[in-house]
Design a protein around this ligand. Structure first.
Ligand SMILES: Nc1ncnc2c1ncn2[C@@H]1O[C@H](COP(=O)(O)OP(=O)(O)OP(=O)(O)O)[C@@H](O)[C@H]1O
Ligand SMILES: [Mg+2]
Length: 410
């Protein structure tokens, strides 16, 4: 090999060597960069993980705080609701209202369990104490009777008066066995209506009470004659006996002469007398009439009242009538006034008027008025009386002055 060629080879070798060195160095640098990058990624990942953990914890903490706050608020709301009810008598929280209602009903049920034997003598036809009727509908509960008290003797004739919604029809329906009392005591002719079974109630309705409504349509069939209408409730009797009894009843109410008239050929008062005859078909001991003269004129009303009076004095049937007719109420021995589901005032006819038969309009004061004191010592004071002495709060002063109890403005 020539010298020149040798030198070239040596040169080339050294160039290659240098280049290789450079490449190595570059590779080392790349490796280092890669490691640094890896390290950075690791660190970044760790940091990210850490950050995410911290974020998670923070969220948890926040949730915990929110939950706690919510619980505290709910608790506070409950407390507020309780306090508001107790102090102000505002609409009660459900729990409290239920508890109160339960204890109220419990107390009444306990009372109902005990019999009123000592007061249930042979002379009493109706006896009720603390009588309660609650109508429940989906939305509301109506306290239609709230502790009504009344005693009616056998053979008495009383009228019940009171403003619309005071519970008159509700009371009559309970007496007639058409509806059940919610609580309290109710006896008619010695029978405890609160404890009656369904079959006892059916028999009670057939044998003990008769019912007359204001609306004739409820009692009568217009396409039948007067006597056919009266015979209807006696379908179980022999035809001959049924006919004779119907005629007897029509005579009693002064309608025998119209026995073959169709109902639509009769006047309102005449129809009402047929209705009374029907109510008497089963020989009831107690006759109940809900506004029997509500849809007839004064003269007819008087005629209907005369029929009732005759039934009462001649047959001894106990009669309770509900009426708006103040003139009618003046002619009845005892008038009971109802207010807010309770009997509040009684008016008893003065002796001198009991002896005469009362006809037509009477100017004089025929009755003496008494407030009713119930078993718990409660008396209802009419709003007008309170207004007269200027009572405008819920408190009054009561003092005893000799043989009087005096009520004054607080
Ligand atoms: N079936 C029922 N369901 C719910 N509430 C009732 C029902 N019957 C009566 N009430 C309510 O009970 C209360 C007493 O009603 P009730 O019919 O006894 O009065 P009333 O004294 O006969 O009135 P009116 O002179 O107008 O005939 C009222 O507030 C009435 O709205
Ligand atoms: Mg009514």
């Amino acid at each position: 090999m020539s010298k020149k060629k040798k030198t070239d080879v040596v040169l080339k070798k050294s160039v290659v060597g240098q280049m290789a060195e450079k490449v190595k160095a570059e590779a080392a640098k790349a490796e280092e960069a890669k490691n640094t990058a890896k390290q950075t990624v690791k660190e970044t990942e760790a940091a990210a993980e850490d950050a995410s953990k911290k974020a998670e914890e923070a969220v948890k903490d926040a949730a915990e705080t929110v939950k706690e706050a919510a619980e505290n608020t709910a608790e506070a709301a409950k407390e507020t609701a309780k306090e508001a009810t107790d102090v102000d008598g505002n609409p009660m929280s459900e729990e409290i209202s239920k508890a109160l209602k339960d204890s109220f009903m419990e107390a009444y049920k306990k009372q109902t369990e005990g019999e009123l034997e000592d007061e249930l003598d042979d002379n009493v036809m109706i006896l009720c104490e603390n009588l309660v009727k609650i109508y429940k509908t989906k939305e509301t509960e109506v306290l239609a009777l709230q502790g009504l008290e009344l005693r009616v003797e056998k053979g008495e004739f009383i009228a019940i008066i009171g403003s619309s919604g005071s519970g008159k029809s509700t009371f009559l329906n309970l007496l007639g066995g058409l509806d059940r009392p919610s609580a309290g005591k109710l006896y008619v002719d010695g029978k405890n209506l609160f404890k009656m079974t369904e079959s006892q109630l059916v028999s009670y309705k057939q044998k003990t009470v008769g019912f007359v409504w204001q609306n004739n349509a409820r009692n009568l069939l217009p396409y039948l004659t007067a006597i056919q209408n009266v015979e209807l409730p006696m379908l179980f009797c022999e035809p001959k006996e049924r006919h004779e009894r119907a005629l007897e009843l029509l005579t009693l109410v002064g309608m025998a002469h119209k026995k073959d008239s169709k109902l639509n050929q009769l006047s309102g008062g005449e129809q009402q007398r047929i209705a009374i005859a029907i109510a008497l078909a089963n020989r009831p001991k107690l006759l109940l009439a809900d506004e029997p003269t509500g849809s007839v004129d004064q003269k007819t009303s008087d005629a209907v009242l005369d029929v009732f009076r005759k039934l009462n004095s001649e047959l001894g049937i106990t009669i309770v009538i509900v009426t708006h007719d103040i003139n009618l109420a003046k002619k009845v021995n005892r008038v009971v006034m109802m207010r807010d589901g309770k009997t509040s005032i009684e008016r008893i006819m003065k002796e001198e008027f009991v002896k005469e038969q009362l006809h037509g309009f009477i100017e004089e004061d025929t009755h003496e008025e008494y407030a009713i004191l119930d078993h718990a010592g409660r008396v209802q004071i009419p709003r007008e009386m309170l207004d007269e002495i200027g009572v405008d709060s819920k408190k009054i002063r009561m003092t005893v002055d000799g043989d009087k109890i005096v009520i004054t403005k607080a």
